[in-house]
Ligand binder design. Sequence first.
Ligand code: PMP
Length: 383
Amino acid sequence: MKPIYLDHCSTTPIDPSVLDAMLPFLRESFGNPGTPHELVGGVVQRAVREAREAVAELINCRANELVWTSGATESNNLAILGLAESVPPAKRHVITQVTEHSSVLEPCRYLQERGWAVTYLPVDCFGQINVDELTEAINDATAIVSVMWGNNEIGTLQPVKEIAAVCAGRGVAFHCDAAQAGGKVPIDVEDVAVSMLTLSAHKFYGPKGVGALFIRDLTKKTPLSARVFGGGQEKGVRAGTLNVPCIVGMGAASSLASSNIDAWSRHTHHLRRHFEAALFERLKDISVNGSQHDRLPHISNIAFFDTENEGLLTMLHELVASTGSACHVADFAPSHVLEALSLSRPTVDCSLRFGFGKDNTTEEVALAADLTVAAVNRYRAEA
Ligand code: PMP
């Protein structure tokens, strides 16, 4: 039996229509966008332009405000380090928060090691930062604030609209990692005044290894220094021959998401509600980690007290869930996100993350709940 896939926060299966859109660019339309011949370079240039327009539509920006990258990790690094490189020495302060993804925290640590001041804002027990604390943390040296849209382990949404307003008012750049929110909840960069925003295609049914960074007013003199130097592609911000098949895939995935985002959001929210209700009805001593309300629709992180998550996962081989972020290679440290909620170590160690997707069915999720209940009961009986 194929396991029930409930790990859509780690990655999503590529949609068949996205793969179909990509295939011609791995076969006959293999050209380099830089090749001047219309039937070689022209064809792929047009495809890249259309993909850029599709991603722009997803977040309501202009197509020329997007830079292609290899994914959210690179977009986050480019945003933080690219801006850091370009600001004067008097502006060496960055503000972030403790439950960010490692691809935000590590560039911040890198800056800290090189003499930057870094403020790591704490979160409350739901995983949200306090906007007043952020406002107080901003000073004359602050160059950048980096706070995510929605968390990849617990789903908690940050008050991004207020954060954007504070940053705009103080003239500070606001970068937002929307890797987990993009294609899942509506994002409108006209409504939420971010300076930069990170997207990754494989989180919304596109291919792995491609992402984008929105940079407001990129066409005007951009303050961002390149991290990858070479042939000057992407307005000199990110050099290298474009990964055309994956870019086309990201465009197709963005169009699909733009048309279906409300339906997908309703569907995953419905699945999660039923899953959590089934567990809470039949199991004692469990709780949801993070915010129950301000939460991305597809994520559920649950503590099953008196169990241990690695052991539970081994018992649950019929389904794919996780103990936290899949982005750490061979890292068995407890989740820094759950620890930031001030949960006790036993609570962190008995928590599992479930991520629902557009193609999960109600029946699958009901079966997943049955399997989880049985595994928790067995674990507790054997303990
Ligand atoms: N940020 C967040 C919030 C994520 O969830 C992830 C992927 N887990 C990343 C960044 C890194 O994304 P990518 O795999 O595209 O590098």
